[in-house]
Design a protein around this ligand. Structure first.
Ligand SMILES: Nc1ncnc2c1ncn2[C@@H]1O[C@H](COP(=O)(O)OP(=O)(O)OP(=O)(O)O)[C@@H](O)[C@H]1O
Ligand SMILES: [Mg+2]
Length: 378
């Protein structure tokens, strides 16, 4: 049901006016005032609430003019009978004196304007203003709807991108494992064989140096695999975050404390991965920007909400830094949190430090066989 005729273009199609009026004479006066104002219009008169309701539910009108007091009902009853699932057309009270209280209550209930029947020379101005207000309102509603749709699409796209990234990461990790890891391990075995079957000291020195290099490469490929596909999550979220915290402390020398109320927390896989990636990005940011001496990580499932808080005592960040257009880490985390029904809070003060807090309401316990992201861990 369309109450407002949005297609109406006054220069081409006549403005469709509905006039709620029981006096034929008053109706004719209104028609005369509309003609005098040079409106291109089509007008329909109704007298009863039933006829009014019937019409507004089946036809679109650009304007409603209504007498206030009609036999057995008032214009407020007519206003309430308008369909509410779309923008209502401008509704102007055109009446004898109705009293200030009734006029105020009418305007409060959303009626566009009030004009005394003796003041019809002002009708043109009142109609034009009401049409403008209504059009602005309709345009705002349309813009809001488009914005909501575009935000929904963006969230869906972010979720799709994240799933695609995780899938790609898993494929790369598997290839490193199968091709590079396998070849490095085989080369190391062969070098060990050479070392056992030769006696030359200079050759032995070269072999040992090559084994050391290979060992280094094997360590690096394992580290890269772990970043790409956190198989450590198989041992539980706490163990995985602990692994992140320990490697962070080793790499940066920043004292890192980890606390939890539940070491055996097993949320659904997609929530685990979100929490893991949140901790990973927060720690990467800390090592890049925070210049801090301590990091506290707290993981909790109190009140059936997973909370992961990563706090540093570094330099904090400004609003400008948070809103950087070319920075996607924190924004990505925010979108990612939404994909699992959670949210991300960032609390920071320049000179005091930063807290990144992920909160995700936990549903019923995970049934891993039905987990959509399960295969990304394989
Ligand atoms: N713990 C922190 N302490 C101080 N500043 C921070 C911290 N974390 C983030 N920032 C600031 O906030 C900005 C935005 O961070 P964000 O992770 O979104 O982007 P980025 O790290 O710059 O780039 P990307 O993550 O896309 O590689 C950073 O550039 C940095 O200036
Ligand atoms: Mg970042």
């Amino acid at each position: 049901m369309i109450a407002l005729n949005m297609e109406h273009n006054p220069s081409v199609t006549p403005m469709k006016v509905l006039h709620l009026e029981d006096s034929l004479l008053d109706h004719q006066l209104v028609c005369r005032a509309l003609k005098k104002a040079n409106f291109n219009f089509e007008i329909t008169r109704v007298e009863t609430l039933e006829a009014f309701t019937q019409l507004v539910n089946h036809s679109a009108f650009d304007l409603i003019l209504a007498d206030y007091r009609l036999p057995g009902f008032t214009a407020l009853d007519a206003w309430s009978a308008l369909p509410t699932n779309s923008v209502r057309p401008p509704f102007i009270l055109l009446s004898g004196t109705i009293g200030e209280a009734a006029a105020v209550s009418a305007i409060h209930s959303g009626i566009s304007d009030y004009l005394h029947k003796d003041d019809l020379e002002r009708l043109e101005r009142v109609i034009k203003r009401a049409l403008e207000v209504c059009q602005a309102h309709a345009a705002k509603e349309k813009a809001n709807r488009e914005l909501a749709l575009s935000e929904k699409r963006l969230a869906e796209f972010a979720s799709y991108l994240q799933a695609a990234i995780e899938r790609e990461r898993a494929v790369i990790a598997r290839e490193i494992h199968d091709d590079i890891g396998g070849s490095l391990a085989a080369a190391k075995l062969d070098l060990a064989w050479i070392s056992r079957h030769q006696t030359e000291a200079t050759i032995e020195a070269h072999v040992q140096a090559a084994i050391e290099m290979l060992q280094h490469a094997i360590g690096a490929s394992q580290r890269i695999m772990m970043n790409l596909r956190p198989s450590i999550l198989d041992q539980g979220l706490f163990a995985a975050i602990q692994w992140l915290a320990t490697s962070f402390e080793k790499r940066t020398g920043v004292k890192t404390y980890l606390r939890t109320n539940n070491e055996h927390l097993v949320p659904k896989k997609d929530i685990q991965l979100t929490a893991y990636r949140t901790a990973q990005e927060a720690l990467t940011n800390i090592s890049k920007y925070a210049a801090c001496s301590q990091v506290h990580i707290e993981l909790s499932d109190a009140e059936n909400v997973l909370t992961l808080e990563i706090t540093d005592n570094g330099k904090g960040m400004s609003g400008q830094e948070m809103a950087k257009t070319e920075a996607f880490g924190l924004r990505g985390l925010q979108e990612r949190a939404k994909t699992v029904g959670g949210w991300l809070d960032i609390s920071t003060r320049e000179g005091t430090g930063t807290s990144i807090i992920l909160s995700v309401p936990l549903g019923p316990p995970a049934d891993s066989s039905h987990d959509a992201l399960e295969e990304q861990f394989q």
